[in-house]
Design a protein around this ligand. Structure first.
Ligand SMILES: [Zn+2]
Ligand SMILES: [Zn+2]
Length: 243
């Protein structure tokens, strides 16, 4: 009800989610300007969007092991103050923070779409799944909410039930790259109807933060086996250095 009322009076100032100053939008102009947009990095890996310090097309990891996805379209680098917004959304269930984050990514994707052939643009979205027990504990899957916002804004179907995480993997944080890959190898599973629904389709995987790319690599491989035409990764942020 409050959302409906506020929508009728969009000019009523609300506190900016980051600085608490009155603002007509969820994030004020000043805070939006200060966000760590990835486009501000001169050099980024063309495959995984990792910011690079030298003028090269690929990061070391993608050179050594080319990923099974075509590219990553990401709005920001996972740095202050964006990390605070993502934390508020994921761990404190502050849904307005989630909305502000969706809006940032939608804006970025709309700009990218304007420069992309329609024949190369994804046809459907799959949120990175969360194990049911973790979802139960958190109360929601943040990538699912994000994918729904993106799907609505960009008129793309969201398949949030085709893929599931059937193993309760250990948290990825703090693990080495080899341990992460091992941790994820058998973590995901596609439903039997997935091949029929996804064969020949261009798919975008939706994640919140891309860290080592291990998760999206594992999922992309699974989707490739199901016969999709291509996979790209859409996410809010990229950690600046691969761990
Ligand atoms: Zn602000
Ligand atoms: Zn890369």
């Amino acid at each position: 009800m409050w959302n409906g009322l506020l929508a009728q009076f969009p000019s009523i100032p609300q506190p900016c989610l980051l600085c608490d100053q009155p603002s007509s939008e969820r994030l004020c102009q000043g805070c939006r300007f200060q966000l760590p947009y990835l486009t501000r990095y001169r050099h980024r890996c063309v495959l995984c969007a990792l910011p690079l310090s030298t003028d090269s097309a690929y990061c070391g990891h993608c050179l050594r092991e080319p990923p099974p996805f075509e590219r990553c379209r990401l709005a920001c680098s996972y740095e202050f103050p964006l990390d605070h917004l993502i934390h508020a959304f994921k761990y404190e269930r502050r849904l307005p923070a989630g909305r502000a984050l969706s809006e940032l990514l939608i804006e970025h994707l709309q700009a990218e779409r304007a420069e992309t052939d329609e024949g190369d643009w994804p046809q459907c979205l799959i949120p990175v799944p969360m194990h049911w027990s973790r979802r139960l504990k958190r109360g929601f899957n943040q990538t699912e909410l994000l994918a729904k916002d993106l799907g609505r804004a960009l008129a793309l179907p969201v398949h949030h039930r085709l893929c599931r995480r059937h193993q309760r993997t250990r948290a990825q944080q703090g693990l080495t790259r080899t341990a992460r890959i091992h941790n994820l190898r058998h973590a995901f599973e596609l439903r039997p109807s997935a091949s029929r629904k996804l064969a020949g389709k261009r798919v975008a995987l939706v994640d919140d933060v891309v860290t080592t790319t291990s998760t999206v690599r594992a999922l992309s491989r699974l989707l490739a086996d199901a016969g999709v035409a291509s996979v790209e990764v859409w996410a809010l942020a990229r950690t600046p250095e691969s761990q």
